[in-house]
Write a protein that binds this ligand. Structure first.
Ligand SMILES: C[S@@+](CC[C@H](N)C(=O)[O-])C[C@H]1O[C@@H](n2cnc3c(N)ncnc32)[C@H](O)[C@@H]1O
Length: 275
């Protein structure tokens, strides 16, 4: 049975059709989702019992990556594409905890992200949310709110965290990334996480659950993910599984890959710097 659309929902929301943002919110244990999203989230947890833990590892890596960029690389403006619904700790909170003046522009193609983001950011003058699609990089770069909030003459941190797997291979993700990076100043950073495919059953199960419920979500060979960085140099530790990825603590003792639980092999992260 379909759920009624709650009063707070923006126009164009269909609660009967799961969306990536809402299903991810349901997997993380959030409340900004509908029955169809929770049913889709159940498919994920049936296929990968620790899907929630995997998503939380990705969120934790997101926060570490933001802290690295703001604290150690001096990035004070971030374009976070595929930002998702607000959750426990968000990009702007992690960035502004270190640099209260850091500017963050959130972009997502799900209109619910805009309404929830605006509500969260009502008192925040340095953070904004835009509804746009990554597959239209020119549209994002020309967007008046993006232009008004980011200074393209200085380095920008471009984030594509947990979202590049939702761009199909025949939509040319690397070309889109190239178009987004092209106008950014030298010293800009590209931070992404993605689903690797090394033949591991948990990786396959996660991708299958996503393709079955959302129609997108491709796990890709590690070298294909490395290609997303367009040959730009990666900051240590390079492209790594998230439990081993601590760019802000390069000396940290990290677990050996062979000791991983299957779900710990489902996300990889990396940050590259534009020369
Ligand atoms: C799994 S969530 C990731 C959220 C957050 N970045 C994180 O890693 O925790 C993926 C997000 O990407 C968004 N997304 C998917 N395809 C997109 C596109 N073509 N353009 C913009 N956003 C997109 C979805 O709406 C969703 O909010």
């Amino acid at each position: 049975m379909n759920e009624a659309v709650p009063e707070w929902s923006p126009a164009g929301i269909d609660p009967a059709v799961p969306t990536t943002a809402r299903v991810y919110d349901a997997i993380l244990g959030g409340r900004d989702n509908f029955k169809a999203d929770r049913e889709a989230a159940d498919v994920f947890t049936r296929r990968v019992p620790q899907a929630r833990e995997a998503a939380r590892l990705n969120r934790a890596a997101l926060i570490r990556g933001v802290r690295y960029m703001v604290r150690w690389a001096g990035i004070d403006q971030i374009l976070d594409i595929g930002c998702g619904l607000p959750t426990e700790q968000n990009t702007h909170e992690a960035a502004q905890e270190i640099n209260p003046g850091a500017r963050v522009v959130y972009v997502d193609n799900d209109p619910m992200v805009l309404s929830h983001g605006r509500a969260l950011l009502v008192d925040n003058r340095t953070t904004t949310v835009v509804t746009a699609d990554m597959r239209d990089p020119a549209g994002i770069l020309a967007n008046p709110e993006v232009r008004a909030n980011l200074d393209f003459d200085r380095p920008i941190g471009l984030m594509l965290v947990g979202m590049i797997m939702h761009i199909a291979g025949d939509e040319s993700p690397d070309e889109i990334i190239g178009a987004l990076m092209e106008p950014l100043a030298s010293g800009s950073h590209l931070f992404l996480t993605a689903w690797p495919d090394t033949g591991d059953p948990a990786q396959h199960a996660l991708s299958q659950a996503s393709l079955e419920t959302l129609g997108t979500g491709w796990a890709r060979p590690v070298e294909r993910i490395r290609g997303h960085f367009l040959g730009m140099p990666l900051v240590p530790p390079g492209l790594e599984y998230v439990p081993r990825w601590y760019p802000e603590e390069p000396d940290r003792k990290v677990p050996a890959f062979d000791d991983f639980e299957p779900y710990e092999r489902t996300y990889m992260a990396g940050i590259a710097v534009k020369p």
